[in-house]
Ligand binder design. Structure first.
Ligand code: UDP
Length: 482
């Protein structure tokens, strides 16, 4: 059966940082642009289906959320396999499942939209005569580095990686060594580097690239990606800035943390979180705790057990003091911060917290979803990047967008002392806070406008929709002629 709507199939790779924006893209396509949508989700196990985030959203057109059967990859990895490599293996193993699912579809899909880790599936789109798009859940700047990566010669790489010179990206601001991608810091990982080359080529060959950014946020890079003199030379299809696509607040039920926030003064609380995977060392966790205490500001901290402890699921029940403070936080921490701070183990309703009027700052690992969530709520930041492209994001938030402060050293190269933690918190909440808050509010206004009908990101998705309509008509005409 063929409906009159274009049907987009989206593929989300493992990790909340991919799943959340892919679902938001699906929602916008179904709600504002007349698509039927099916989202296939790849995950390590079926536990994601228990998350409140896995509920299929209510949309005017059908939106199906389907977990592809998780594949056991334990025979293909060992304890030394990096998370990114594991992710790539999982995505490769899921390819045949995706193919089978598409081939069994009653409503013939018009387009396949994959994220960064799903680009191998674009061959399946070709096989089924679908349009093929990539959705970059990060910045245009990250996209620029990725599509340029296959063309970096050995000498240039050596200058950047070994001699620590800036890396030039055609038509874009160059990337300082200190802000570079993790992958440039680990030249030994040949498999990953060759995979990244392949991904860069696959993205460049897509029919279009959707990016979770917006025109006014990254004008120079977006121009370079379109311009034939620069990256437009290697990128085949158009680049569509479609963001900021972030999960809206208001979907979580009431919780202790929200009740606590309700009682705090306006813009008085800093929210501290390192995303879905960020983990600190024991020493750094302790210094951060002392620093938050020293700053004397109110805070909510989403705490994960430090990485160099032998953790288990019950770790939070292991305490070393009478007041319930976990053993890796300073003794008596809970008592001293009572009424002023709140510690939330593992996971918090982030979008609801950032949208709350009591929040005045966000101490963040600079994952791009977190950065966007801060911007759409007009919240200035302490940028504390840990891995992947987060250094690049931090540089942009601090130097170009001027809504964040960052520590003097890379948080993943040494321990940042409590005094610096406290100073950064004070700068965001007091000293430089107002200037940065003004910038953040400016971005908030811009973010709201671009998503409204007639706004630049809205129009980008309308163009994608028009391409899919044309494809749909073409497919229907072929079916009639057959
Ligand atoms: N998130 C959340 N609660 C948490 C931690 C993360 O809701 O305690 C959400 C956050 O709002 C964001 C996503 O998970 O939408 C994390 O994505 P991001 O790109 O910031 O970081 P990643 O986890 O991919 O490193």
């Amino acid at each position: 059966m063929q409906t009159t709507n274009p049907h987009a199939v989206l593929l989300a790779s493992p990790g909340m940082g991919h799943f959340i924006p892919v679902v938001e893209l699906g929602k916008r396509l179904a709600t504002h642009h007349g698509f039927d949508v099916t989202i296939f989700v790849v995950a390590a196990d079926a536990s994601i289906t228990k998350s409140p985030l896995f509920k299929p959203p209510q949309t005017p057109n059908p939106l199906n959320l389907v977990l592809l059967p998780p594949v056991d990859i334990s025979a293909l990895v060992d304890s030394t396999t990096s998370v990114v490599t594991q992710l790539m293996i999982m995505m490769r193993e899921a390819l045949s499942l995706l193919r089978a699912a598409i081939s069994a579809m009653k409503s013939r899909p018009t387009a396949l939209i994959v994220d960064l880790f799903g680009t191998e599936a674009l061959a399946t789109a070709e096989e089924f005569d679908m349009l093929k798009y990539v959705f970059i859940t990060s910045t245009a700047r990250f996209l620029a580095v990725t599509v340029h990566f296959p063309y970096i010669d050995e000498e240039t790489e050596h200058k950047h990686r070994v001699m620590k010179r800036p890396l030039d990206i055609p038509g874009c601001r160059s990337i300082r060594y200190e802000d570079t991608l993790d992958r440039f810091l680990d030249p030994t990982n040949r498999i990953m580097n060759s995979s990244f080359t392949r991904v860069g080529m696959e993205i460049s060959n897509a029919d279009g690239i959707l990016v979770n950014t917006w025109q006014d946020l990254e004008p120079l890079t977006l121009l370079a990606l379109e311009n034939e003199k620069f990256l437009g030379r290697v990128v085949k299809g158009p680049v569509y800035p479609v963001g900021p696509l972030v999960r809206p607040a208001g979907q979580s039920s009431k919780s202790e943390v929200m009740d606590w926030l309700d009682m705090q003064p306006m813009e008085s609380v800093i929210y501290v979180s390192f995303g879905s995977g960020g983990t600190l060392s024991v020493k750094q966790t302790s210094e951060l705790a002392w620093g938050l205490e020293l700053s004397q500001h109110r805070f909510i901290w989403v705490v994960r057990p430090p990485v160099d402890n032998d953790v288990s699921a019950n770790f939070f029940n292991v305490t070393n003091s009478h007041d319930g403070t976990p053993s890796y936080l300073p003794d008596g921490f809970y008592t001293r911060i009572r009424n002023r701070g709140m510690v939330v183990p593992m996971w918090a309703p982030q979008t609801e917290i950032l949208a709350h009027q009591s929040i005045g700052g966000f101490f963040s690992h600079c994952g791009w979803n977190s950065a966007l969530e801060s911007m759409v709520n007009g919240v200035p930041m302490v940028a504390w990047p840990l891995y992947a492209e987060q250094q690049m994001n931090a540089a942009m938030l601090v130097e170009e967008l001027e809504l964040a402060v960052r520590p003097k050293i890379r948080p993943n190269t040494g321990v940042i002392r409590r005094e610096e933690v406290a100073e950064m918190v004070r700068r965001v909440m007091e000293l430089k806070g107002n200037e940065m808050r003004d910038k953040a509010k400016e971005l908030q206004r811009s973010a709201n406008q671009v998503l409204m009908q007639g706004g630049s990101s809205y129009n980008s998705l309308s163009r994608v929709s028009q391409e899919c309509e044309v494809k749909l008509h073409h497919l229907s005409a072929m079916a009639l002629g057959a």
